[in-house]
Ligand binder design. Structure first.
Ligand SMILES: Nc1ncnc2c1ncn2[C@@H]1O[C@H](COP(=O)(O)OP(=O)(O)O)[C@@H](O)[C@H]1O
Ligand SMILES: O=P(O)(O)OC[C@H](O)CO
Length: 511
């Protein structure tokens, strides 16, 4: 496309869908965003409506293009980035999902995971997939849908049903869906979150898929993160190639220009996700981190990452707003936390989906501990913000031990951050204090969408080399540690004690 001046990214996140238009310098020209419903049918269950997500995707694409005053002819390529693990199963001939999407935070597959773990334990498939058997991942979610929707398993085995993560669902619809031969493809980063992919061969592992109970024929083809997958058929962007797909945390890693081994970023959204680029090496964690594919550009060798995934960070702020009503919007948590000097002795461990990295304890549930009559809502707001920083410290400690050995100091001299929570100055300062390293926010905070835009733009020659990603990265703000080491250690020690209070909560008959 000779006149193509821009690249568009679709960022389909846990709480909202965004479309962003980028120029060659990697700057945002226009954006549009829509939230979708969070559906909580029971304690521990979280669903999204895949059709609502598809409608919102079309709407924000039209919205962003309109705001930028561009049309399809101006767009060199579209990249997709998405909330990972969230699973959709749909009928290939009607395009209708047979169940709501089961979201990554959902814990309903615990019994399936326990059964699969058997006597070997949750690490049973870890050597192949890089992942522990946990409710977080997509494979057992597909199995649950096939077990619970009437006739689904037979239809899946007969080739009538398709499965995929959200990237796959959107790509299939963008490229024609049921009516026009939608393309059924995923990328290596999303596939590496299913518990079904072999990290070395980058193919589905037939034996594991059979054990988990997922027919191979319903799974998408696994491709690289940066190549032309197909062309958009309906709507505003008809004719434009979709040329990049990355799970959102991998996209943020790419957008933050963490392109060399040893570089890491931490994203603060619904949950928190720290990824460390380990290059071509598949590093196995001994301290509760995941091994995942970071990206693969076309035919190049895949790049891997170690990941510390935290289920609940920004969603705790939403919970204060929606479930307790002590703030009216997310930004107000900072104002409320600012009414107190410190946490007043209160620690909030938001184990709403059990605890993810580095604990992987599905039996944990949330706890607010250290309460006295002194504690008021200001302290609770403060404790909620601190919870994000404490959980990040746990993950960075695990990463430091994996990289440098036991008792290691943080292996990073600074941490690149992004995501919806990094506008919160109180949190960022406390984070730097608690880690003892600088925390750095880039000029383009929309690193997730940017990473997907780069993957797509590189595939079609809009950008010529990943070095342009590095050249475009610029620092916006830096927070340096101010707290003395004794206070840092005291706070963290109390936090670790608070975590122990959440464990062993769920029994077989807990509702
Ligand atoms: N000023 C703020 N302080 C703390 N948390 C915030 C603030 N603004 C937004 N958030 C939190 O950030 C999250 C949204 O971040 P975002 O990166 O858009 O999430 P996602 O990609 O997971 O949908 C929400 O959970 C919200 O509660
Ligand atoms: O949608 P986000 O930004 O909360 O990211 C969710 C993660 O991809 C879940 O693994």
């Amino acid at each position: 496309m000779p006149d193509a001046t821009h690249v568009v990214a679709i960022d389909q996140g846990t709480t909202s869908t965004r479309a962003m238009v980028f120029d060659r310098r990697g700057e945002v020209v226009a954006a549009d965003q829509r939230e979708h419903r969070q559906i909580f049918p029971r304690a521990g269950w979280v669903e999204h409506d895949p059709l609502e997500i598809w409608r919102n995707t079309r709407a924000v694409l039209g919205g962003a293009l309109g705001k930028a005053n561009l049309n399809a002819g101006h767009v060199a390529a579209v990249g997709i980035t998405n909330q990972r693990e969230t699973t959709v199963v749909w009928d290939r001939s009607t395009g209708q999902p047979i169940h709501n999407a089961i979201v990554w935070q959902d814990t309903r597959t615990q019994a399936i995971c326990n059964e699969l773990a058997g006597e070997e334990g949750p690490q049973r498939f870890a050597a192949t997939t890089g992942l522990p058997l946990a409710t977080y991942f997509a494979g057992p979610k597909i199995r649950w849908i096939l077990d619970h929707v009437d006739g689904a398993r037979d239809r899946a085995e007969a080739g009538q049903l398709l499965a995929g993560t959200v990237d796959t669902w959107l790509l299939w619809n963008l490229t024609g869906g049921a009516e026009d031969g939608g393309i059924h493809v995923t990328d290596v980063t999303n596939a590496s979150r299913t518990l079904l992919m072999d990290l070395r061969t980058l193919t589905w592992d037939a034996a594991i898929a059979a054990e988990v109970g997922v027919p191979l024929r319903m799974l998408p083809e696994i491709r690289s993160s940066s190549e032309v997958y197909g062309t958009i058929t309906p709507g505003t962007l008809a004719g434009v190639p979709v040329a990049g797909i990355l799970g959102d945390q991998q996209a943020a890693t790419f957008g933050q220009a963490c392109l060399q081994p040893g570089m890491a970023k931490n994203t603060y959204g619904t949950g928190n996700f720290m990824l460390l680029n380990t290059g071509e090496e598949i590093v196995t964690s001994r301290h509760g981190l995941l091994t995942t594919v970071c990206y693969r550009l076309g035919e190049a060798k895949p790049v891997y990452a170690l990941e510390g995934s935290i289920a609940v960070t920004g969603s705790l702020v939403q919970w204060l707003r929606d479930n307790l009503g002590i703030i009216r919007d997310a930004a107000e948590v900072e104002t409320l936390a600012g009414t107190v000097e410190d946490n007043g002795g209160a620690y909030f461990v938001p184990a709403f989906s059990g605890l993810f990295a580095p604990h992987w304890r599905p039996d944990a549930r949330g706890a607010l501990v250290g309460l006295t009559r002194y504690v008021h809502k200001g302290h609770i707001a403060r404790a909620a913000l601190e919870a994000t920083a404490f959980q990040t410290r746990e993950v960075l400690d695990a990463m430091s031990r994996d990289v440098s050995g036991a008792g290691a100091e943080p292996f990073l001299t600074e941490l690149k951050v992004d995501g919806g929570m990094v506008v919160n100055d109180t949190l960022m300062q406390f984070q730097a204090d608690l880690l003892g390293v600088d925390v750095v926010r880039p000029k383009v905070a929309e690193t997730t969408a940017l990473g997907a835009a780069y993957a797509a733009g590189l595939a079609v020659g809009y950008w010529s080399s990943p070095s342009q990603v590095t050249a475009n990265w610029g620092e916006d703000r830096r927070w340096s540690p101010r707290m003395d080491a004794t206070e840092r250690d005291r706070l963290y020690r109390q936090w670790c004690k608070a975590v122990t209070r959440t464990l062993d909560w769920v029994d077989a008959d807990t509702r």
